[in-house]
Design a protein around this ligand. Structure first.
Ligand code: GLN
Length: 471
């Protein structure tokens, strides 16, 4: 069954039939693609019965396994939380339920959302629908794969540094990371708290808007949640093509650096020309701090991770052990954390502890914070004149599984285009831009839209227009 949310909502199809059909398909596809870590059939059946008496359309949704769901395991792709059952649910999940949309299962993820190839989960790897020897992308890659496979109508993911936009790009679907503060982080396991945002992945821009409006509400339980989220949910104005065509678009020249695959660059530039031919003003602009985004991220992000993961010690949270032969508490922590955290989590904890240590704090952490401020100033200057910034989403087509695992630095560099939006909390969306031939396979490529904070209307308006222009 290949339904968009919009088609389904406006159809007279019965939720019972649609959800059950999706669940069946998702289970079959999982034998080959491994997008889900768990299915929740009993939850689906119980809720479908409840919804039968309400005028709601229950839609089948995939939930990244970092979003807490009361009474069900949430393991964040980690051995240390393998059996963790949360006593409460995340606000975004409850919001989804209120709209009648159902979790058919939890999608797997890179351990604690770190890494860029769906290869750091304790459980298993996933596969890309466009090439089964390729990865579907970063930590929400399993959710993107599930959407691309039509195993769900949409999925929730988290994006700390691109983990919604990048897998959406590699799987040929739409992914949006909203403004920081738009979706409550309450009940979502933190990776880097000042950068994390929950967002959505769908087949179309319309669907992304519908799904985001279902989860984006002001939530006093998240200190960074913002009442402007409710304005977005209630906003009925749809920026039509006429208003979108008055937008001024900026393309940072730094985005066209030598690391960008030449085929992707060619199609990206052709898209810019198409926009110009359609009467839209597209200027070359400069965002010099883009070049520093990777070092900035890999200083600030591990610092926050090392703090957030401190609670997983086998006592406060995480698997315990009675059988270990240790005589001090220190030894207990060491053994639990060494054995049950994966390699990348350990690398980030070490890096984070290093940059926060008193000898290095000023030299690394403070410097990166200053660079972050500089990037924010650059963005504000640009958005005083421009409505949208366009860049590619990733510099290369989807990688072959295992092809980069030995070179973390090369992997980290691929985060370049997605980092800046998280640094300043901007809304950013990736959508398909075409296909390229890569090692004898046709692979999807993409374009990224960024706008000033709380300008989701511009992102969706321009996204819908681009979606049409690029078919
Ligand atoms: N590639 C990024 C990392 O490894 C992905 C972060 C994210 O958005 N979850 O940290």
């Amino acid at each position: 069954m290949q339904l968009t949310l919009k088609e389904y909502i406006h159809s007279d199809m019965k939720a019972q039939d649609v959800v059950k059909k999706y669940l069946e398909t998702a289970k079959q596809l999982n034998a080959d693609y491994f997008s889900f870590v768990r299915f929740h059939e009993e939850y689906v059946v119980a809720h479908l019965d409840q919804f039968a008496s309400r005028p709601l359309k229950a839609a089948p949704i995939g939930i990244k396994d970092i979003i807490l769901t009361q009474d069900y395991i949430t393991s964040c792709g980690s051995k240390i939380l393998e059996n963790y059952v949360s006593p409460y649910s995340a606000t975004c999940f409850l919001n989804l339920e209120k709209n009648g949309w159902l979790m058919i299962g939890k999608t797997n993820m890179d351990e604690f959302a770190m890494w860029s190839t769906t290869e750091s989960s304790y459980f298993w790897k996933s596969k890309n629908i466009y090439g089964t020897d390729r990865t579907p992308g970063w930590s929400s890659g399993w959710s993107a794969a599930a959407v691309a496979l039509w195993a769900v109508i949409g999925a929730l993911g988290t994006d700390t540094w691109g983990s919604i936009r990048q897998p959406a790009a590699w799987c040929g679907i739409v992914g949006i990371k909203p403004t920081y503060g738009m979706v409550s982080r309450y009940g979502v396991q933190s990776m880097a708290s000042s950068l994390d945002q929950v967002g959505v992945m769908t087949q179309t821009v319309d669907d992304a808007e519908i799904l985001l409006k279902a989860i984006a509400w002001f939530d006093p339980k998240d200190s960074q949640s913002d009442p402007r989220a409710d304005d977005f949910v209630h906003d009925k104005k749809n920026l039509d093509e006429k208003s979108v065509k008055t937008f001024k678009i900026g393309v940072p020249k730094e985005a066209l650096w030598e690391g960008l695959d030449p085929q992707i660059k060619k199609i990206f530039l052709a898209t810019v020309e198409k926009l110009r031919a359609d009467g839209i003003v597209v200027d070359e602009i400069s965002l010099p701090m883009l070049a520093y985004s990777v070092p900035m991220y890999y200083t600030l992000m591990p610092a926050e991770v090392s703090t957030n993961l401190a609670r997983f010690d086998g006592i406060k949270f995480g698997l315990q052990s009675d059988s270990m032969d240790v005589d001090t508490l220190q030894k207990y922590y060491e053994t639990i954390r060494s054995e049950w955290f994966g390699e990348e989590a350990k690398r980030r904890i070490l890096l984070g502890t290093f940059v926060l240590s008193s000898a290095n704090y000023e030299w690394y952490y403070l410097k990166a914070q200053k660079a972050r401020k500089e990037l924010q100033t650059e963005f504000d200057t640009i958005f005083a004149q421009y409505d949208i910034i366009l860049t590619p989403t990733v510099p290369e087509a989807a990688w072959k599984i295992g092809s980069r695992t030995d070179d973390p630095l090369k992997i980290y560099l691929a985060d370049m285009y997605t980092i800046p939006a998280n640094m300043w909390g901007l809304p950013a969306m990736s959508l398909p831009m075409g296909m390229v031939e890569d090692q004898w396979e046709m692979m999807p490529i993409w374009i990224q839209l960024m706008a000033q904070k709380w300008s989701e209307d511009k992102i969706f308006g321009f996204g819908k227009y681009l979606e049409k222009l690029l078919v």
